[in-house]
Design a protein around this ligand. Sequence first.
Ligand code: DON
Length: 308
Amino acid sequence: MNLQTIADDIVRELQPRLGEGKVADYIPELAKVDPNQFGIAITTVDGKTYLAGDAETQFSIQSISKVFMLTLALGKIGEAIWKRVGREPSGSAFNSIVQLEHEHGIPRNPFVNAGAIVVTDIVLAGHAPREAIGEFLRFMHFIANDETLSIDEKVAQSEQRTGFRNFALANFMRGFRNIHHPVDHVLGVYFHQCALMMNCVQLAHAGLYLANHGTNPLTGFSVVSPRRARRINAMMLTCGHYDGSGDFAFRVGLPGKSGVGGGILAVAPGKASIAVWSPGLDATGNPALGSVALEMLAARTGWSVFAG
Ligand code: DON
C-alpha cells in the first residue's frame, strides 16, 4: 500500500469538486477563506508523513480543539468530568440548546458546543483566562512537537463579537450551576482555543497520541494512558460529527472530529493520524469534501475500525 499515491489520487480526484459545500459565515472572519482549497496529511505511527494538496496551508481548527481541551480536562479532574457532561450522541446540531433544559444543564457530550464550554470551564479552574489559553497553547506545542503554533486573534475577536448562541448556552448552564466561572471568561478561553491555526501536517502530528495508545511516537512522550486514548477515540466516533456522526461512522468508520474551519482530524488506531481540510461545509456543519476524502482513504487502506 502506497500512502503517498493514495493521498495524491484523492487530491486529483477531488479537484473537480473543489468549493463544494458552504463556508461558515456566522463567524465573519471565517467567511473570508477561499473555498477552493483541499489538503490532506497522513502520519503513520512509525512517524512518516504523507501530504498532498494544500496540506501546509493553515486554517482555524475550531471544534477540533474540543478533543485537545477534553484531553487537558481529563488530565485535571479525571473521571469526575462525567458528572458535568454526558457521553451520548446528541442527534442535534453542534450549537443546539434544546436538550439542555430537559437534562438540567448537563450537555450530552463534550463535543457539542455546550459540552465543550463546560470542558473549558473545567480547564479554567484556578487560572485567569489568559493563563488557561497559555496552558492550551503550550499543550498544543507539546503534542504537535511544534512551537510555532499560534492563535489568530482576529478570528477569536470575530467570534467574541458574534457568538450570541454560545453566550446563550453558557448563561443557561450557569443558571444550572454547571458553569462555575464568569461566562465572559469561559467564552474568552473557548473562542481562543477555537481560533488556533494549524495546517494538516501539524494537526496529523498533534493527533498521533490517539493513534498510538496515548504516546506520541515522534517524541516518545506519553500524553495519556492507553485506556484514555481508547475512550477519547470512542467519543470521537460516536459524537465527533454531531448529528452527522452516524453517517460519518457508516461512510468512513474512523474516530473523527470536525471543525467549522473545514478541518477534520481522523484516527486509525494503531495505524495513523490523518488530517484533511476543505472549507465548504455540509448541512450538518461538517466539512463536505473532507468526509468524502476520508471515505476514499478508508476504502483504499482498509483502516475502518469495523473492517476486522
Ligand atoms: O462555537 C462555535 O460555534 C465555533 N467556535 C466552533 C463550532 C464548530 O467548529 C462546529 N464544528 N463543526
